[in-house]
Design a protein around this ligand. Structure first.
Ligand code: MGD
Ligand code: MGD
Ligand code: SF4
Ligand code: MO
Length: 738
């Protein structure tokens, strides 16, 4: 296993990410001038690093790693290290803004802003039914805020049409876990990366996207790391074995591995038969349909390689399969997760140190919304369709069970489609920026144009999305508010406020309370709540006895321990169990997991003569999503100021293109203009890759609006495109969309 530090050209990983005094960036003086240090949890990715904010007066002047933090061990990545710099950015949203008669946004007071929101939403609902209000939230609020927002939307406004950007992200993992194990919830822990004999990372580029997780992988000196990714990513370079499989052939790889396990007697028959349903169906399906030679043809890997990977995983004492968006961002995302779960059930690689099927989450608190939110599940992983779950919640809240819906409402893409069709007439968008991140920008614009009233609640303004708003609500962000975030390994971390928000901005929590007040529902929905800790204490009661049990945690113990992993029940004060299913009892009534037969299907939007290449989209270490934050941080923006397109040298030769040429990327849906070309062997012939962070050159003008029928997650990772040399900028006529 090669070390990331060596790939990046540093002596040690520690040095590369450790805090360094840098006179050019002013860190030296800033660090010395901090008057006090406030402990917190990073607000970018789901690794959940611990950090300390150096405060002077009303300003955060420095950030440093939290020594001995169980996740990050004192290290931070470049985004974490510079996180304070976006807080004082000039484009922070500072005042509520309401669009007046002339069409311009104008400063209004909070009273008028909240009053208008409530009046317009309730008027639309009165006229068109409760479902005419759609709400899209995020994986980036505090758990206390998700919990409050869910109650406000589902019980206060009475609409089920509530979803979040997590459907662009983790929905396939959630659906896959529910199908295979009976509940959402990543079974493993970061410690597993340290002790697994074999780790297979599928569609996860942790070197760019979860950098501090790399230190756990690198600490595993004896382990064998395999990375399955069509690109030679930095993570692939860390691996003992890279599997450059064809785009979206993961199910063929996983089924081919299962074939070798069945054929060579590597299935732990006792475990699989005792703890899962569907073993015989799966055996006949795999033996008949996925001989390793067929898997080889579908994946482009050799049969020997697939057999080698299967044997290593099958024979391992502890085997780990971890994945991220290369798996989830697919019309077969949930099914691919089922195929991963199959392998762990066939081999018994679950519930033990180093043995886990593990979805690495994305956003800082994607987990919090999955557990406490009210979108695809009821709070505490309760199910809409289960009567006892609804009754239990109703009893906890002292309300009629009939007020809790018995099925989820529309998912994110279906809310957008309903808005475009005029069925959803008002929308509230909180902490997400779809005008960059949503896959079908034309349809999104149609939806926005059809709305009677759009509220955008964001820490920054203008953003590409807030420009469409009738009402902009300015929110406090990370560094300015208190609560908890839960990371990929189910660890709740404490987030603290170090400085007040700018101007008149308020925390999302306070905004939700104020809206409930105006609705006349505050006492009913939020009895005795003033601060986030009041929501947390109710959440502890609501999660008690559930898989995601927080009842034994307090803010104080969470902070003192550098985060606590659930389940953490009342009265539990020892070292918490850090993995689920250690007794192999799963979350179905019969305690047994489910095995699934899943077929590998070609992705929609296949290349042809006109659109001959496959576009893959994703991330780079310097930027966070739509760059509302990282574009404000000089060092990050300077390192990656523009989008680029990676193309293999053989394709570049055929198109007579060279590195730094300007190109357009054209699909059946649209065109992205004037992107810098990078000729590289990172991408295979026939494939191109671009980061999706840049609104100016937005890859989502060309990506596809195809969604997983189970999870509703978009197929962001493959669509057919052609690449053209850009027309010269001056004096040319730019052609329209094809
Ligand atoms: N720096 C940075 N870090 C981040 C984020 C960020 O914006 N910037 N965002 C956070 C969030 S919300 C998320 S969800 C995570 C995402 O983390 P990742 O999933 O690691 O990120 P991506 O770059 O979207 O995609 C991962 C890889 O999937 C590969 N891939 C594409 N198609 C396929 C395929 O068919 N099969 C396989 N096996 N692989 C494929 C891509 O080549 C890419 O290298 O990152 C989190 N961390
Ligand atoms: N083509 C392509 N598209 C993709 C992806 C891809 O790989 N390829 N990845 C998808 C994935 S996995 C994800 S997660 C999405 C992410 O997409 P988005 O959610 O749209 O991206 P962010 O930039 O994180 O948007 C968060 C917004 O919330 C604001 N904000 C931050 N903190 C707070 C706060 O505390 N309160 C409030 N009210 N606002 C706040 C920020 O300023 C920003 O505008 O993109 C998806 N889109
Ligand atoms: S790895 Fe993720 S959580 Fe850790 S410092 Fe970087 S962005 Fe923050
Ligand atoms: Mo994500």
């Amino acid at each position: 296993m090669k070390s990331l530090a060596r790939i990046l050209g540093f002596d040690t990983l520690g040095d590369s990410y450790a805090y360094r005094d840098d006179p050019v960036l002013g860190y030296t003086s800033a660090r010395r001038s901090a008057e006090r240090w406030v402990k917190s949890t990073c607000g970018y990715c789901s690794v959940g690093c611990g950090l300390e904010l150096g405060v002077r007066g009303r300003e955060i002047v420095a950030v440093k790693g939290w020594d001995k933090h169980p996740v990050s061990l004192g290290k931070l990545c470049p985004k974490g290290l510079s996180e304070h710099q976006m807080i004082s950015a000039p484009n922070r949203a500072k005042y509520p803004l309401l669009r007046g008669r002339g069409g311009k946004l104008a400063h209004v007071g909070w009273d008028e802003a909240i009053g208008t929101l409530v009046d317009r939403f309730t008027a639309v609902q009165k006229q068109n039914g409760p479902g005419a209000l759609g709400v899209i939230s995020t994986g980036q609020l505090l758990t206390e805020e998700f919990y409050a927002l869910g109650k406000l939307i589902q019980l206060g406004f009475g609409t089920r049409n509530y979803c979040g950007n997590t459907t662009l992200c983790m929905a396939s993992a959630v659906s896959g876990y529910k199908r295979s194990f009976g509940s959402d919830g990543p079974p493993g822990a970061y410690e597993d990366f340290r002790v697994a004999d074999v780790t297979l990372l599928i569609g996860a580029n942790i070197a760019d996207n979860h950098p501090i997780l790399c230190q756990h992988v690198e600490a595993n000196k004896a382990g064998f790391l395999i990375v399955a990714d069509p690109r030679v990513t930095k993570t692939a370079m860390m691996a003992s074995l890279h599997l450059p499989l064809k785009p979206r052939s993961d199910i063929a790889l996983l089924n081919g591995m299962a074939h070798v396990l069945f054929r060579e007697g590597l299935v732990r028959e006792d475990f699989a038969a005792a703890h899962a349903n569907g073993l015989e169906e799966l055996r006949s399906f795999i033996l008949a349909r996925y001989p390793v030679e067929r898997a080889a043809a579908l994946t482009g890997l050799s049969a020997e390689t697939i057999a080698d990977v299967a044997r290593r995983y099958g024979r391992a004492r502890a085997g780990m399969i971890a994945w991220t968006m290369g798996v989830n961002h697919s019309t077969q995302g949930a099914e691919t997760v089922s195929a991963i779960a199959n392998l762990s059930l066939l081999t018994g690689h679950i519930g033990r140190p180093g043995a886990s099927p593990f979805s690495i989450t994305g956003q800082c608190n994607a987990m919090g919304t999955r557990e406490a939110g009210f979108t695809s599940s009821l709070p505490g992983y309760r199910k809409f369709e289960k009567k006892e779950d609804r009754e239990e919640l109703a009893a906890l809240w002292g309300i009629e069970p009939a007020r809790i819906p018995d099925a989820r409402g529309l998912a994110y893409p279906d809310i957008i489609n309903a808005a475009a069709d005029g069925e959803v007439r008002a929308m509230w968008i909180i902490a997400t920026n779809p005008a960059v991140s949503y896959p079908n920008q034309e349809q999104l614009r149609r939806a926005f144009r059809s709305l009677d009233f759009l509220v955008v609640q964001d820490g920054f303004h203008p953003t590409p999305t807030s420009e469409y708003a009738h009402l902009v609500l300015p929110a406090a962000i990370w560094g300015e508010k208190e609560g908890t975030f839960t990371n990929s390994e189910r660890r709740a971390g404490k987030v603290n406020s170090a400085v007040p928000p700018p101007g008149e901005a308020r925390s999302d929590f306070d905004i939700f309370l104020a809206v409930a007040d105006r609705l006349g529902r505050r006492d009913e929905l939020f009895p005795g709540w003033f601060k986030p800790v009041d929501a947390f204490n109710e959440w502890r009661r609501v999660s008690r006895g559930r898989l995601c049990d927080y009842s034994g945690m307090t803010y104080e113990t969470i902070e003192a321990e550098g985060g606590l992993q659930w389940p953490y029940s009342d009265g539990f004060h020892g070292s918490p169990a850090s993995r689920l299913y250690s007794t192999a009892r799963f979350q179905f009534e019969d305690g047994r997991a489910r095995l699934f037969t899943v077929d590998c299907e070609p992705f929609p939007d296949q290349p042809d003569d006109v659109f001959p290449m496959i576009l893959n989209t994703g991330r780079t270490v310097e930027h966070w999503h739509t760059r509302t934050k990282t574009a404000q941080v000089a060092i990050l923006e300077r390192m990656a100021p523009n989008a680029w397109l990676e193309m293999n040298s053989s394709d570049a030769r055929a198109l007579t293109l060279s590195s730094h040429d300007r190109v357009d990327i054209v699909s059946r849906r649209g065109r992205v203009r004037d992107v810098e070309l990078r000729v590289t062997e990172i991408t295979a012939p026939g494939q191109v890759f671009m980061p999706f962070h840049f609104f100016e050159t937005n890859g989502n003008e060309v990506t596809q609006d195809a969604f997983d029928p189970i999870s509703r997650e978009p197929n962001f990772k493959q669509c057919a495109v052609r690449v053209e040399r850009s027309a010269r900028k001056q004096g040319n006529t730019l052609h329209g969309t094809d």
